[in-house]
Design a protein around this ligand. Structure first.
Ligand code: FAD
Length: 505
């Protein structure tokens, strides 16, 4: 019999499983279900590539879920800052604060084919030093990260020819290099176009090659409501067509849940899979964000015309360094201000342009930072309602203090902060939620998965996504999660191989 794999969620990590399984197993059938609709062509394409602003807005709106229906979640309002932080169109808020906790007011997800990968900024720095998952073999890890970079079309030379990029890089380097702090172009997942702009990678770059494969089926607007079990083993799932409400049970030899760091544990909870660490150790990247109006002459004048839908023209990274710079900083140059300015602001229409700069700091995993699920207060889909207990502690505050000093120096080297900047963004703003289904080397109650992403004690169930990441880190998580998916897919292919061989007999 041909083995069947059900993948829940069509973001970059679910897509990686589909791609790798289909590449590695000649006989396999893969069904991918996605709660949201197709919002771009090809499916999963980064909506930043849609040049018509109206069409882009429609695609973003269509990714914002069915939140309004119940008021459980909603579309983030306020400032739209493309490039570094939330609150973003294309996402919808999720989770209410647990009693007595500030929660994560800006926690937001995307519900569409491609997941958040249809909306992401594409920053793909590698995890460094202690950011790396220490219990995974380093040589193997390097291979997986390299493969992930290939899969996502990562480039380290984005905007390399742009004189503005060089000027910003040089200015930041001159400020920080004397302290031994590295400054370099930000690795991003994108393909350069001839006109110097970038085609940003979406989930499409991973998914496109399998879309026409007869062994692969993608069902959009289809919600996995519950995993089905036979004893401990997961044997399939109940799926709901969100257009008709019809439910059906599908059988699978393995189920990969790649439904983001919040809805993956939600689905496990709803299915009665409730290991002690489920939903706990929630982390993100507490974020210090600022916009600097560049001083005159800081960058050479541009010759190109601004593309209003994608104004980014240079990207710079100040990577993590345990001793000297235990943060990840991301700087993006744009000729148009990424935040609204007061009418009387001296920084309006700044001729030299602006740099948006985010310093992400580490959040140390604590079991009490956690999601809880309430069967009695379901969400808009009838799945258990999500509550979030989360606090920034003195440890993270101390990191902010240090980050603020570095950021102020960099800002001073380039120009001046616009009004109200810099500011610590509300928890959840990073959109990088981690730890809720964390990976661990042993089943000691502090992890949900083994090192191959298999849920401890639940055969047939594999997880994917940022929720697996167990470390305190500050680098953007997608490269790590896709690397883990590459690793997990190889293990799953090996697990399925005996079934495949048996099927051939
Ligand atoms: C605006 C923005 C900017 C970002 N910038 C960066 C960046 O620069 N660098 C970086 O590394 N990361 C960035 N991220 C985060 C990045 O997009 C995510 O890390 C990545 O998409 C995670 O991939 P995933 O496959 O695990 O989950 P997702 O992409 O979140 O996909 C999960 C999918 O599962 C679906 N789903 C959930 N529950 C169910 C269910 N029960 N049944 C069926 N389907 C379900 C969801 O609808 C969703 O489409 C950004 C995100 C956003 C929104």
């Amino acid at each position: 019999m041909t083995p069947t794999v059900l993948i829940v969620g069509s973001g970059p990590t679910g897509a990686t499983y589909a791609r790798r399984l289909l590449e590695q197993l000649p006989r396999v059938s893969v069904l991918m279900v996605e709660a949201g609709p197709v919002v771009s062509t090809p499916p999963g394409m980064n909506v930043k590539n849609i040049t018509d602003p109206g069409e882009q807005a429609v695609a973003r709106l269509a990714s914002q879920g069915r939140a309004g229906e119940s008021g459980v979640s909603g579309i983030p309002g306020g400032v739209v800052v493309e490039g570094t932080i939330t609150a973003r169109q294309g996402t919808h808020l999720v989770g209410r604060a647990a009693d007595g906790s500030p929660g994560m007011p800006a926690a937001a997800l995307a519900t569409c084919v491609g997941g958040q990968g249809a909306h992401w900024t594409c920053a793909t720095p590698r995890p460094m030093g202690s950011e790396r998952i220490g219990f995974l073999d380093e040589a193997e890890w390097e291979q997986h990260v390299g493969a992930a970079e290939e899969l996502l079309h990562v480039t380290t030379t984005a905007f390399g020819d742009s004189p503005q990029a060089t000027a910003i890089l040089d200015a930041v380097r001159a400020e920080l290099a004397p302290d031994g702090i590295t400054v370099r172009p930000l690795p991003v997942a994108a393909d350069p176009r001839e006109d110097g702009s970038l085609r940003w990678s979406g989930t499409d770059v991973v998914l496109a090659p399998v879309l026409e494969d007869p062994r692969f089926t993608l069902r959009s607007e289809t919600l996995a409501v519950r995993l089905v079990r036979d004893g401990d083993r997961v044997t399939g799932a109940v799926l709901r067509d969100l257009r008709t409400g019809a439910e059906e049970q599908v059988r699978a030899d393995a189920v990969v849940v790649a439904a983001d760091a919040i809805r993956t544990p939600q689905l496990l909870w709803a299915s009665g899979v409730r290991p002690a660490a489920l939903g706990r150790y929630l982390t993100e990247h507490p974020l210090l964000f600022g916009v600097v109006a560049l001083r005159e002459g800081a960058v050479p004048p541009r010759e190109d015309t601004v593309t209003p839908v994608d104004p980014i023209r240079a990207v710079v990274s100040v990577p993590f360094d345990e001793e000297r710079h235990p943060f990840h900083a991301q700087l993006m140059f744009t000729p148009v201000c990424p935040v609204p300015l007061p009418d009387d602001s001296p920084y309006r229409d700044n001729p030299a342009g602006y740099v948006g700069m985010g310093w992400g700091v580490r959040k140390w995993p604590r079991p009490e930072d956690r999601l809880t699920f309430e069967d009695e207060h379901p969400d808009e889909n009838g799945l258990p309602g999500v509550r979030i207990a989360y606090e920034v502690t003195e440890r993270e505050e101390a990191e902010f203090h240090r980050a603020r000093e570095v950021q102020a120096r960099v800002a001073g080297a380039l120009g001046a902060f616009v009004e109200g900047m810099p500011k610590v963004m509300p928890p959840g703003s990073s959109l990088h939620y981690m730890g809720t289904v964390r990976m661990g080397p042993v089943d000691d109650g502090t992890s949900v998965c083994d090192t191959e992403s298999r849920v401890w004690g639940v055969p047939g169930l594999v997880l994917a996504g940022n929720g697996l990441i167990p470390t305190a880190n500050s680098c953007n998580p997608t490269l790590t999660s896709v690397s883990l998916a590459i690793r997990g897919a190889a293990a799953l292919a090996a697990d399925l191989q005996p079934a495949l061989v048996a099927g051939k007999e």
